[in-house]
Design a binder for this molecule. Sequence first.
Ligand SMILES: [Zn+2]
Length: 415
Amino acid sequence: MTAVFTLSLLIATALKVWLSIRQTRHVALHRNEVPQAFSRNVSLSAHQKAADYTIAKTRIGLLELTLGDIVLVAWTLLGGLSALNSALLQWLGGGMIQQIAMLASFVLVSALLDLPLTLYQTFVVEERFGFNKMTLRLWLIDLVKSSLIGTLIGLPIAALILWMMGAVGAQWWLWAWCVWVGFNLLLLLIYPSFIAPLFNKFTVLDDESLKTRVTALMQRCGFAAKGLFVMDGSKRSAHANAYFTGFGTSKRVVFYDTLLTRLSAAEVEAVLAHELGHFRHRHIGKRMLMMFGLSLLCFSLVGWLATKAWFYQGLGVKPNLNAPNDGLALLLLMLSLPVFGFLLTPILATLSRRHEFEADAYAVEQTSGPDLCTALLKLYEDNASTLTPDPIYAKVYYSHPPASERLARITLQIR
Ligand SMILES: [Zn+2]
């Protein structure tokens, strides 16, 4: 197990580094010229800003990768998790409390280790490119709120799953998965009304002409939503967006205020039609089904691995002889799975890009292709997304197709 894990980690890291280097090179190489297809709509300075931002983010990604690998090896092969486990065993004895304490300390330590880089990302990188609108105070308040919510929601569910692992028998993973699915659906249901308002203000959209337009579009598409809202996204960042939340009859449309200030009414309509396209093609449901399928796979994997001594030993942990190992098994899977799961990244990204194309096509049918094009260009520019990513990097990582591919498809469809 140790050899397989080490080898996979090395291969995944090498691939990621190679991709990042390709991306940085490709973007830097095309920095000084706006691609011909965009030369009329995108200024050289905007193009260069996007290049610099992309390179800065890719570099941070490399730093994050290196630190992440070090932390991962420290937890596993270097014995960090094992040490934490024995220290807590000595202090609390073996049992539920000890296991919860272990999960909680793991999350806490990981979060603390992440903090410096997150701070750097927000207050140095995003700041330098004019995207950050957060004060340190707001950032701290956010941190406290999300930690509290995470604890309130995470602790009971962790306790429930640990309890099932000990009490339900060999098929515990199937039950635990059902709980997990139910819990995720519940979260989706309560997120728009109870969690999102803790972080942002949502006001009813009061621009009458836009409201009429949007309502007509939704009627045309056979889509019923409970309301149209504007979110104060500008409080944190200059990035713009629009989305739907909730499901069933509690669906709502949310526009970032940053989107409404940047786009014309026709462009907002086109962007919304794109989002409606995701609904029409049932992308959200399909994605959820896939995630639930993958999580079933993960749960069955822990169900199997939790009873194998080589799994613990291979990842640097001495399993307990007189106490449950369930918490350890969960943590080890959580730590090791992303190493092997990296292979899934391009598959999921490809699927996501296909969905984006389908949603674009729907938007063109329902609204106007040229409006969608100009809206997308503005959004790419506002988010400083590079117009010239490395093709292989984009294939592996991009959840949205590069601007050139999207606009080419739309143009083809209009013709
Ligand atoms: Zn989309």
